[in-house]
Design a protein around this ligand. Structure first.
Ligand SMILES: Cc1cc2nc3c(=O)[nH]c(=O)nc-3n(C[C@H](O)[C@H](O)[C@H](O)COP(=O)(O)OP(=O)(O)OC[C@H]3O[C@@H](n4cnc5c(N)ncnc54)[C@H](O)[C@@H]3O)c2cc1C
Length: 388
């Protein structure tokens, strides 16, 4: 196999997109290693795939806007549709969120984001499917929507492979290989493979992988549970992704009258062993997420349960992702900590990360996403949790 310019561990959205961008930035020999059987076989494959751009910090607004452009351009950029549907995104909120959301909107508009905040007087007209009780404002982002996380990841992986990149599935990386202050490669079952840089895009397994070389990634693996419901015929529902901060719940259309329902922040986060956790939904969460969504979207009543599952969030200390190299450690970069909202921002984050890796330079604001922010005491704070 020889020596690689870069090895990326993990073929979720972060790994596949990083590998693609590293090739585009000019690295010749790039290898992706994935322990599972194909792209997006981990948490990415269970993602609800909601694409929205409302964030509290300019860096993530920019990453979300740039990613959104890439979602829309995928057929041209990658030669394949990533399943992006720009149907829009709604966010219902109570009085307690209005001030912070208005401040966010002001900042977002200076970034060029098109977004609208409706008052209670417009709800009946614009959102007839919504129970308006207690809704102080309804935010609408017309350019947002949802994408198919498997299709998107496959699109990046296929484009990477077409351009000469190498992917090995069913290939667990057992450890990172370290020589003093440099990561020099990875340890596979057949032995070590060397690389100029190793990108740790192992999602909830990133912490253990980094620990194999004495690197600390401050990351939790927590269960996230969703269910798919089919609404009875003739009952209007939003065609867009919808979130409510009042009930802390979300609903994402799947087509054919089917919707993914889940719980939003705040909610209990249970730490689990990513190699040994319950992958079926808990009965109480199944009922609670249905009840909370149906309280706001009453046409859900009478819906039929189609399926359900539990997967994993890889949660960083401040719910913002980790992207970038480390001070004092050569040959290594983090790309983890999606924290339950990492799909929608991954296309752009990985592009900036790839540029940082290949040129050794980035902007001060993107550098703020590095794991070194923890030691520097420069954590992010926003709407809380994966709301950003
Ligand atoms: C139920 C659910 C709903 C979500 N909804 C949304 C949403 O609506 N919008 C949004 O933006 N985000 C959402 N997210 C979050 C988003 O999906 C994740 O942040 C993102 O998919 C993480 O991608 P990743 O590539 O970083 O990690 P992962 O998908 O975890 O990929 C890591 C990969 O690394 C592999 N791997 C790990 N260790 C090794 C090893 N040692 N050797 C080889 N391979 C290894 C794993 O098998 C895995 O395939 C959701 C997540 C979940 C679970």
């Amino acid at each position: 196999m020889g020596t690689y310019d870069a090895i990326v561990v993990g073929c979720g959205i972060s790994g596949a997109a990083t590998a693609y961008h590293l090739r585009r930035e000019g690295l010749q020999r790039v290898l992706v290693i994935e322990k599972g059987p194909g792209p997006a076989c981990g948490p990415t494959g269970h993602s609800a795939g909601v694409v929205r751009m409302h964030y509290s910090h300019p860096i993530l607004v920019r990453m979300a806007m740039e990613s959104r452009e890439m979602f829309a351009a995928m057929p041209d950029m990658l030669g394949r549709d990533g399943g992006f549907r720009p149907t829009g995104w709604w966010l219902a909120m109570g009085d307690n969120m209005i001030a912070q959301v208005r401040a966010n909107l002001e900042m977002q508009r200076t970034e060029g984001l098109v977004t609208e905040l409706l008052g209670p007087e417009s709800l009946a007209d614009r959102s007839p499917w919504l129970n308006p009780e207690g809704v102080a404002g309804l935010l609408f982002e017309p350019g947002s929507g949802y994408a198919d996380p498997v299709q998107t990841t496959e699109a990046f992986a296929d484009a990477f492979a077409r351009e000469g990149g190498e992917i090995r599935f069913r290939t667990p990386c057992r450890a990172l290989v370290r020589r003093e202050d440099r990561i020099v490669g990875v340890l596979l079952d057949e032995g070590p493979v060397h690389a100029g840089v190793v990108v740790n895009a192992a999602g909830p397994w990133a912490r253990a992988l980094a620990a194999s070389a004495g690197i600390d990634v401050q990351l939790r693996a927590v269960r996230e549970q969703d269910a798919i419901w089919e609404v009875r015929a003739g009952r209007p529902m939003p065609e867009c992704s919808f979130s409510t901060t009042i009930e802390a719940a979300y609903c994402r259309p799947l087509g054919n009258g089917r919707f993914i329902l889940g719980l939003g922040f705040p909610k209990p986060y249970h730490d689990v062993d990513p190699n040994n956790y319950k992958t079926t939904i808990d009965d109480d969460i199944l009922s609670l997420s249905f009840e909370k969504n149906a309280a706001r979207l009453p046409n859900l009543n009478g819906a039929r349960l189609v399926g359900s599952y539990a997967s994993l969030y890889d949660v960083s200390v401040d719910f913002y992702p980790y992207a970038g190299p480390r001070a004092g450690l050569a040959g290594y970069a983090d790309c983890s900590g999606g924290s339950g909202h990492g799909f929608k921002i991954a296309p752009a984050i990985t592009r900036h990360l790839a540029r940082w890796i290949t040129t050794g330079k980035t902007t001060p604001e993107f550098a703020g996403l590095g794991h070194d922010r923890i030691a520097a005491g420069a954590l992010f704070a926003g709407l809380g949790g994966n709301r950003g």
